[in-house]
Design a protein around this ligand. Sequence first.
Ligand code: AMP
Ligand code: ZN
Length: 145
Amino acid sequence: VMADEAHLDEDCIFCKILRGEVPCFKVFEDDDILAFMDINPIAEGHALVIPKHHSKDILESPSQWVGKTFAGAKRIAEAVHETLKPDGINIVQANGPGAKQSVLHLHVHIIPRTLDDGLTMNWELVPGDMDDIGGLAERIAANME
Ligand code: AMP
Ligand code: ZN
């Protein structure tokens, strides 16, 4: 993963993924964004999109990075839709403790939904099956346009 080191944070877990210090199940990457699977998925196919620029949240991020990240989220959503044919997709983006933000690097969740999944807005972080997650990453990546 290539990223502009000057705009990354030493201790941030997502910046570590961008620097290749922490592995991820990559779905898509370009000069500006990286998309990868959430390892504590609340739904099959739960993915994240992050900018290659460290800012804490939507309030502190320059607009251009917010735009690039959400434009990326649309592309990932299309591939997730093509791959899993879910009943719906939620795009979720958390800012601050009241919003239950746990990683302080701007990110957008792509969450495939089914009509009867019973998901609520506040969820616990429960590790998923890494083989399943890796397999989904490959299937979604194969449908990136
Ligand atoms: P949020 O609550 O919006 O801050 O969500 C942060 C998300 O990042 C959570 O859903 C975590 O499961 C996810 N996450 C944290 N660390 C990693 C990691 N190393 N690889 C993939 N996803 C992660
Ligand atoms: Zn970061």
